[in-house]
Design a protein around this ligand. Structure first.
Ligand SMILES: *Cc1c(COP(=O)(O)O)cnc(C)c1O
Length: 495
């Protein structure tokens, strides 16, 4: 079956490879499959497949204009020894729940799962569509995405990547990870401004026709590695199916039994992938959407009112500090009956007035989801309790999902086996994690001393991503003012 993609804001359809190349539709909409592919493999067969084999089975059903050879080539390059475990995404049981560890890639956060393969999908898509221009990825980052994108694109032929980060707006570990990035095709630029300044300036560059023409003459085109790209969503469906396969394999469930997924959510990309897995036919009961104090999504699931007009709160789960969850648009489009005009009207209301309200009929279609949120105190208490009861240590994003899941069980009595998406290594947020599990041992320790302590307390060896930045030389030291960002890009491309 040939799957085409259409924008959530118009009725234009294109192929999968074109959707990956384009990222966002020109009308501002996101690309969605016109029909949801079906996972037509017997569930009993799933446990026999390796991560890579399963990735092929799932992704080939979405990306139907890629040949078997092309797609297998991409998978082979992505899911290799960059991951520190052959299982790629291992499942760990602790206190009755299953933690799906999505942080064994090069930057020790779940963004690696999709950003390891996106560069290969993009360059393959460019070849298929006879695009001979070199792809230039522009990314503004608040810390995690930029590094994961660079790790994915570093030294991939036919691509370059420029990452902008706010000079004083990221953690020490995050800054060190970025400025030590290897790869001749990578460029890291600190800007004198905050993340919003960086993000707005990048958006202006994407829309700057004169700039696009200038780089076009030199043989380049801009693209985005942002989480709205369908090439990031599809690889994420894989690990939900893989988690299910692991549960069958270990005898925790029988093929056909239902499971719940709990996902710590920001931009709604990760949990949407779980929803797609369910739509494809994976036996899923509830999708538990866990928010931190920025609980726009919790309120939305409660009331049907999406309202971003509120104070933005900085929390210890910074990758979830988001008030506009871009990928929710794909769900809204679906529950309004795949009506592009209706969806566009909601998105216009959000852009203009900061709010929209869905109809009762639409809200009735949200029964697959349960929305919950956890405060900082609940998050830290949950991390500490899990550690004290089992010795297992989770990071502050996974901690939000953990706290929400435990509350969900208390409220509903639903004991369906539950997989919790574990989205970052605790070593990436060592300071917050140690303050949760051993607050009396913090006393003035710097980041690396806290990492040592965490290793001791958890009995887990520090990941290579951390060891690497302890000694890696600084390769990027450019700092620019906001108005000079475009010139900095041109200078890099002229090299
Ligand atoms: C990006 C991120 C999230 C949020 O995922 P979304 O797909 O944006 O909902 C959660 N945890 C970590 C560690 C992340 O990096």
């Amino acid at each position: 079956m040939d799957i085409r993609y259409k924008s959530t804001r118009s009725d234009l359809t294109i192929t999968a490879s074109q959707a990956i190349l384009q990222g966002l539709s020109d009308d501002g909409g996101l690309f969605v499959p016109v029909q949801m592919p079906v996972l037509d493999i017997p569930l009993e067969e799933l446990p026999k497949l390796s991560y890579q084999e399963l990735a092929y089975e799932v992704m080939s059903r979405f990306l139907t204009d890629f040949t078997e050879e092309e797609l297998k080539g991409c998978i082979e390059k992505a899911y290799d020894s960059k991951f520190d475990t052959a299982e790629i995404a291992p499942l760990k049981k602790a206190d009755g729940a299953y933690y799906l560890e999505l942080f064994h890639g090069s930057t020790i956060a779940f963004k690696d799962m999709a950003l390891s393969i996106l560069p290969h999908l993009m360059t393959t898509a460019a070849k298929k569509n006879r695009e001979d221009q070199e792809i230039v990825i522009l990314t503004a980052t608040s810390g995690d995405t930029g590094k994961a994108a660079m790790a994915g694109f570093a030294d991939v032929p036919g691509t370059r990547i420029v990452v902008f980060y706010p000079k004083d707006g990221v953690s020490k570990v995050q800054e060190k990870q970025m400025v030590t990035q290897r790869g001749e095709n990578t460029c890291v630029i600190a800007i004198k401004g905050n993340f919003d300044d960086a993000q707005s300036a990048v958006k202006r560059m994407f829309n700057d026709d004169a700039l696009k023409e200038e780089i076009g003459k030199k043989g380049f085109r801009f693209s985005s590695a942002n989480s709205i790209n369908i090439g990031r969503l599809v690889p994420q469906v894989v690990y939900y199916v893989y988690a299910y396969a692991q549960l069958v394999k270990s005898g925790e469930i029988k093929a056909g039994d239902k499971v719940n997924f709990t996902v710590p959510t920001g931009n709604f990309g990760n949990i949407l992938a779980a929803y797609y897995a369910k739509q494809m036919g994976l036996p899923v009961n509830k999708l538990i959407c866990a928010s931190n104090t920025n609980k726009v999504l919790y309120d939305f699931f409660q009331t049907g009112d999406y309202d971003r007009k509120r104070e933005f709160v900085l929390t210890s789960s910074p990758s979830m500090d988001i008030l506009i969850s871009s990928n929710l648009e794909r769900l809204i489009y679906r529950i309004c009956g795949n009506d592009a005009d209706a969806n566009r009207a909601f998105m216009e209301q959000l852009a203009k007035g900061g709010e929209y309200q869905i109809s009762p009929e639409m809200k009735e279609q949200l029964t697959d989801f349960y929305g919950g949120f956890a405060t900082e105190e609940e998050n830290f208490a949950g991390i500490r309790k899990l550690y004290e009861d089992t010795g297992y240590v989770i990071d502050t994003h996974t901690g939000i999902a953990n706290a929400v899941y435990r509350e969900y069980v208390g409220k509903t009595g639903d004991h369906t086996p539950t997989v919790i998406a574990s989205t970052a290594s605790p070593f990436k947020f060592a300071s917050s994690v140690v303050s949760a599990i051993a607050p009396d041992q913090m006393d003035g320790k710097d980041d690396f001393a806290l990492i040592d302590l965490l290793s001791e307390l958890s009995g887990v060896k520090e990941p290579y991503a951390i060891t690497d930045i302890r000694t890696a030389p600084v390769r990027h030291d450019t700092v620019v003012e906001i108005p000079d960002m475009a010139d900095a890009v041109l200078e890099f491309l002229n090299k």
